[in-house]
Design a protein around this ligand. Structure first.
Ligand code: DAH
Length: 443
């Protein structure tokens, strides 16, 4: 039995096993292991260990990642805007597994079999029935089926695409559904209806719903469609203003999605260009009717977090979202998610981090030692190659009661790569200066 194992730095591994049947000619079955589950591969399989290594990074949930800040601002906007008796109307799902079936990603959303978005060249397939979701809309039907009517789905999506400063094979989306029944939509106009008289919502299959009319689906009344459209557009423009400020210039563009009708895209004017930020529309009634008898109308939308974050914070390259460099991440360590941040480029040369730990003299404690003085001293000795100094640990020895501090010093030159040897030399000079100034003992 041959066994190949590519381990990634996460708990996810792609494992290719060859299994032989005991009789006849050996037949090879290979499997891909994702989060402890083996998936049988076939001629559709095109996920790579590299792509699988992004699963579980959940950038949208990492404190201090710009995507997480934008996620929180969007969720907060919907919580604020839709509260009923002090409780948010929208439920939020931000931890759904990105491994989905082709039924979830395509069929349930009425995406035709020959639609280009299904192509192997566009998606990361695990096998012909399973893929890494290509959009968060893939979860729409299962959540509707579970009985939810207002919800946000947030997570990582995977698409094979070009490589440039605005495209990366993994990005993040917020997708949403808001459904309303007649009593809610027309609460002050009880004589209006959601459905045309020919449509019987208890027997939806008796009616062939059509999208020939550009204004609406044939089962819906024009009043219901128009009211939903105006609410949808208002809420989304409200969101853009909450993210970009009152003066953001925007425009609506007619669009087509297999799962909504009518459909639109919203573009904002950013750096002298129109930038598409979201797709939306009135959910095709067939999707709701396939789940079961239904008397509501829904709108849905999907937006890309990277696009928004790059525009909001002026982040020039999408790869920076994946950066673990503290020079990047620390710029987004904020208490107030609405703080104004403009990204300041960090050097392209690598960082070098050395720790310094010392015992304080009896005249000082971990609480009376002045961090800022120490920072100045480090800067005085190290000069401009000091990028950051962070307090890492405070410690009081349980027996001797001696106090000790540990700091991380991050070194980086803006014009060249520093060698570890030269960093060590400067680090030593800093240690000597700290000993001299504070009478500490290096640990
Ligand atoms: N899923 C679409 C995409 O990834 C975006 C989208 C459009 C989502 C319309 C929706 C919607 O929920 O109603 O391009």
């Amino acid at each position: 039995m041959t066994k190949l194992l590519f381990r990634t730095n996460r708990a996810i591994a792609i494992q290719v096993l060859s299994r032989y049947k005991s009789n006849a000619a050996p037949q090879t079955l290979t499997t891909v292991r994702i989060k402890d589950k083996d998936h049988i591969t076939d001629e559709y399989t095109n996920v790579t260990p590299k792509i699988l290594s992004y699963l579980g990074r959940n950038l949208h949930l990492q404190k201090g990642n710009p995507l997480s800040i934008v996620r929180q601002r969007i969720v907060e906007y919907f919580y604020r805007r839709f509260t009923h008796r002090g409780k948010p109307t929208f439920s939020v799902y931000d931890n759904l597994s990105p491994v989905v079936s082709t039924k979830q990603n395509f069929d349930d959303l009425l995406i035709p079999n020959d639609h280009p978005s299904r192509l192997k060249s566009d998606c990361y397939y695990i096998n012909k029935d399973t893929l890494l979701r290509a959009h968060m809309t893939a979860h729409q039907t299962e959540l509707l089926r579970s009985g939810l009517d207002n919800f946000l789905m947030i997570g990582d999506v995977y698409r094979r695409d070009e490589i440039d400063s605005t495209h990366f094979p993994v990005f993040h989306q917020v997708d949403a559904v808001r459904s309303q029944r007649k009593e809610e939509l027309f609460c002050d106009k009880p004589d209006l209806e959601i459905f045309e008289p020919e449509f019987d919502s208890s027997n939806p299959n008796a009616f062939k719903n059509s999208i020939m009319d550009p204004m609406k689906q044939s089962c819906h009344t024009l009043e219901a469609t128009k009211l939903m459209e105006s609410q949808l557009k208002n809420h989304l423009i409200g969101l853009c203003k909450a993210l970009f400020g009152e003066n953001i210039k925007h425009r609506w563009v007619e669009a087509y999605f297999p799962f909504t009708h009518p459909s639109w895209e919203l573009e904002i004017y950013y750096e002298n260009k129109w930038l598409e930020v979201l797709g939306c529309g009135i959910v095709r009634n067939e999707i709701l009717a396939n789940i079961g008898p239904n008397n509501s109308i829904a709108y849905a939308f999907g937006l890309g977090l990277e696009r928004l974050a790059m525009a909001m914070y002026k982040i020039p390259d999408i790869r920076l979202m994946w950066s673990t460099d503290s020079g990047f991440l620390n710029q987004f360590q904020i208490e107030n998610i609405n703080a104004n941040i403009t990204y300041k480029p960090v050097s392209v040369y690598p960082q070098c981090t050395n720790d310094i730990s010392f015992w304080l003299p009896e005249t000082l404690t971990v609480d009376t030692f002045t961090n800022n003085d120490f920072y100045d001293l480090v800067r005085d000795v190290g000069g401009d190659i000091i990028e950051q100094v962070k307090l890492k640990d405070k410690f009081i020895h349980p027996k001797t009661k001696k106090h000790s501090l540990c700091y991380s010093i991050v070194y980086r030159h803006l014009e060249r790569t520093l060698t570890q040897a030269e960093v060590n030399k400067i680090h030593k000079q800093i240690e000597n200066a700290v000993v001299k100034n504070y009478n500490v003992v290096i640990r």
